[in-house]
Structure formats: structure tokens, C-alpha cells
Design a protein around this ligand. Structure first.
Ligand SMILES: Cc1cc2nc3c(=O)[nH]c(=O)nc-3n(C[C@H](O)[C@H](O)[C@H](O)COP(=O)(O)OP(=O)(O)OC[C@H]3O[C@@H](n4cnc5c(N)ncnc54)[C@H](O)[C@@H]3O)c2cc1C
Length: 389
């Protein structure tokens, strides 16, 4: 008997169809190359293009900008199914949709949307989200990158690090949080800018030698006297931090989907292995220790899926979802860690060999407790919501 992935009151026929088509694509196109891309740390332009052709680069983007116009649940299921096979491709899609296009879609002017979104849905172009800096990680208000206004032009100086999709040759720009001044109460004024990749003084460098998501692009960005016009401000001046943090609220659902998908993939391959591998004349699945591991894995995945889908459903119907999104991100990431770890245990020594996909899953899950707000920060956010009236 398998876990039921589709029997949720929130899921429509469209969601089920998305799952089926993305699963088919992931198994047919990604699975055969995932190990090699990981080993050689290659970002696949070919897969990115194909994911664009499938509509995965603009799942929730309205049709008038060339997207699929689907809801957030459809997006979460697509990311889940990609990550069931390969987290790197899941990361490319998740970072592009929620962090890249999300802020433009939610806060951009009509002109900005028309300028960027139709290109970004194609799979030929990526947009990145520049929040983290060398000295500003969990504390995003520690941003040092600054922008100064003079004669109708902003000049940006500073740097960003760990930026997904930022150095890829098809990246056409980044949303960057900058400090543009100080309010009367002494608090920093943050403003976000849309910075085109080809702007003079803007240098993008690939970060090499990652342990995980090795086929995903991660970048350092450097701004040296980068000049942008006023119309490149995203949203209002002074609302930058709000825009970036609200974007992360939705982004958490996608990271949750990556954790859930990775756990599902690790679970399935571990069950298959446990049924095939014989020791003491019996499949190891028949030993109580291994059977209990499988029971734990399945139960936690079921709980994670319920939590994530409900949080996503709340967003889909326009209700507050920040608390549930933080819970889903935290829980799905931790379940991914536990399931991948038990998966390696079930595989024994073979689980430590690169010939088995569980080895890659074990490495890939590690980012999920760190990226887009660490597990510690999620717990701070959750407890703050729960203790505020
Ligand atoms: C592969 C990858 C892709 C990424 N993609 C992007 C991207 O596209 N865009 C982007 O802007 N960023 C991106 N990031 C950055 C990521 O969001 C940060 O790494 C993350 O927010 C943590 O920041 P940090 O690494 O500086 O760790 P730190 O903030 O230095 O944290 C170090 C440790 O201290 C703990 N800690 C910090 N503050 C507190 C506190 N108040 N209470 C308790 N514990 C605390 C943390 O939980 C953690 O355990 C990416 C990172 C990676 C590795």
C-alpha cells in the first residue's frame, strides 16, 4: 500500500494532473541525468529550458504575462514532484518562481511586470532574490549594501552572497535589498531595486564546491557604483524589508515542498531497497528495526504533507498563512533530514556510495534547515505568532 498523495479535500483534478505530468517529466528527463549533474556540479540549461516549456517557470504567473495562472497548491505540488527526484532542479524552479518572479508580480508596476515577466516564464531567463549578505544572514536588517540618490539616479554599492540562480548565464537580473537612509527614529530605511544583470559595475560570480544542490546555481553578487534609475525601485521607497520578508513567507511553502518531495523520494527508494536486500535469508524489510524505520518515515511524511497542503490552501484562499507556512517549512525540512538519514541507514554501506541516489538525497536535505530562514529562526517566528494576542 502506498501513501495517498492526492486524497485531500483541497486538491482538484488540475492539481492531480500537475502531479502526474511533473512526475512523468522528472522521471523521464531528470532522473537519468541527476547523478551526473550532481557529481560534475553542472547547472543544466537544457533542463531549465524544458521546465520552462512545461510551464514550470511561471506556474502562478497570470496568463496575460505568459504564465500558467495556476494557484499556489499547483506550484507546491510541482516543486514537491521535482524534488522527489532531484532537489537541484526543484531549487532552480522554486527560487525562480517564489523569490525571483514573486516580488515583481506582487509589488511591480504594470510597466515592470510587462518588461520582465513574459521573458521570465520561458525557461530562457532567470531572476534572483538578493537579500543575504556576508554579514547579514538570519538578521536581514543587517544589510550593508546601500543606494544613494543624486540627480535622478541611484548608485548602489555592496555585495550579496548565496544567491540562487544569480550567476547563471541566463540570469537577467536580481531584486536587491539596499539601505537608502534612516528614519527619524534611527531605524534603517530599506528599499528594493530591480537590477538588470548587464548593468555596469554589477558582477556575478558562481560559488563553487557546494555539498548539496550541486546542480543548482549559487552566486556572489558585487555592486560597485551600479547606477539605476528611480523607476527600478520595486514597490515604494522605504518598504524594501517588508517586500523581502513577505516574499519569504510564500517562499517557505516552496522550501516545505522541497522537504516533502525529498522525503517522499528517499522513502520510496528505501522501501524498494528494504524489500530487495536480503540478509540472514530474508528481505531486511521483515526485520522489526527496519520495519519500524519505515513506519516512522511514512507517518512523518503523512503529517508533513497535511501541514504543508493546509498552509498552502490558506494562502490559496486568501487567508493569513504566515504561522502555518513557518511551521510547514520547519517541519518538512526536519522530516526530510530524518527520512534521508533513516534511508541511508536502511541502505547500509551502499547508502554511503554515490551509486545510490539516497547519498545525494542525504546531502541535499541539509540546506533545507538553513535556507530561507534556519530552523531556529522558524521556531522564533512560530513562537512569536503563538504568544502574540
Ligand atoms: C545554497 C543556498 C542558497 C541560498 N539562496 C539564497 C537566495 O536565493 N537569496 C538569498 O537572499 N539568500 C539565499 N541563501 C541564504 C540563506 O537564506 C542564509 O544562509 C540563511 O538565511 C542563514 O543565514 P547565514 O547563512 O548567514 O547564517 P547565520 O544567520 O549566521 O546563522 C548561523 C547560525 O546561528 C543561528 N542564529 C542566528 N540568529 C539567531 C537567533 N536570533 N536565534 C537563534 N539562532 C540564531 C542560525 O539559526 C544558525 O544556526 C541561500 C543559502 C544557501 C546555502
Amino acid at each position: 500500500m502506498k501513501l495517498n498523495l492526492n486524497d485531500f479535500p483541497y486538491l482538484t483534478d488540475t492539481h492531480k494532473m500537475i502531479r502526474e505530468s511533473v512526475r512523468d517529466f522528472a522521471e523521464r528527463e531528470i532522473a537519468p541525468v541527476a547523478q551526473e549533474l550532481d557529481e560534475k556540479a553542472i547547472f543544466s540549461y537544457d533542463l531549465t529550458k524544458k521546465m520552462g516549456e512545461m510551464g514550470l517557470m511561471g506556474i502562478t504567473t497570470p496568463e496575460e504575462y505568459g504564465g500558467q495562472g495556476l494557484d499556489y497548491l499547483a506550484y507546491v505540488i510541482a516543486v514537491e514532484e521535482l524534488s522527489r527526484v532531484d532537489s537541484s532542479q526543484g531549487a532552480t524552479v522554486a527560487a525562480h518562481n517564489s523569490l525571483g518572479m514573486g516580488p515583481i508580480l506582487n509589488y511591480g508596476t504594470e510597466e515592470q511586470k510587462r518588461k520582465y515577466l513574459p521573458k521570465l516564464v520561458s525557461g530562457d531567463a532567470l531572476w534572483s532574490f538578493g537579500l543575504t549578505e556576508p554579514a547579514a544572514g538570519s538578521d536581514s536588517r543587517g544589510t550593508k549594501t546601500n543606494a544613494k540618490f543624486d540627480n535622478g539616479i541611484w548608485t548602489i554599492n555592496g555585495s550579496k552572497t548565496f544567491i540562487t540562480n544569480g550567476a547563471s548565464k541566463i540570469n537577467i537580473g536580481t531584486t536587491a535589498q539596499t539601505v537608502t537612509g534612516e528614519f527619524e527614529n534611527g531605524k534603517k530605511e530599506f528599499t528594493t531595486f530591480l537590477v538588470d544583470a548587464d548593468t555596469e559595475g554589477f558582477v556575478r560570480k558562481k560559488l563553487e564546491n557546494k555539498m548539496m544542490w550541486r546542480a543548482s546555481d549559487t552566486a556572489e553578487l558585487f555592486f560597485t557604483d551600479v547606477k539605476v534609475p528611480d523607476e527600478n525601485i520595486l514597490g515604494e521607497r522605504g518598504k524594501g524589508s517588508h517586500i523581502m520578508l513577505a516574499t519569504l513567507d510564500s517562499g517557505r511553502l516552496a522550501i516545505g515542498a522541497m522537504g516533502l518531495g525529498l522525503a517522499q523520494g528517499a522513502f520510496e527508494m528505501s522501501i524498494q531497497y528494504a524489500k530487495e536486500r536480503k540478509q540472514f535469508g530474508r528481505p531486511i524489510a521483515q526485520f522489526e528495526a527496519i520495519a519500524f524505520y519505515i513506519a516512522d518515515m511514512g507517518t512523518k511524511i503523512e503529517a508533513a504533507r497535511n501541514l504543508l497542503y493546509r498552509a498552502t490552501y490558506l494562502k490559496t484562499i486568501g487567508k493569513k498563512f504566515s504561522l502555518e507556512a513557518a511551521m510547514a517549512k520547519y517541519y518538512c525540512s526536519e522530516v526530510a533530514k530524518e527520512v534521508a538519514d533513516l534511508g541511508v541507514q536502511i541502505h547500509g554501506g551502499y547508502g554511503l556510495m554515490k551509486d545510490y541516489a539516497i547519498e545525494r538525497f542525504y546531502r541535499d536535505q541539509r540546506l533545507l534547515q538553513i535556507g530561507e530562514g534556519t530552523s531556529e529562526i522558524q521556531k522564533l517566528v512560530i513562537s512569536r505568532y503563538l504568544t502574540t494576542d
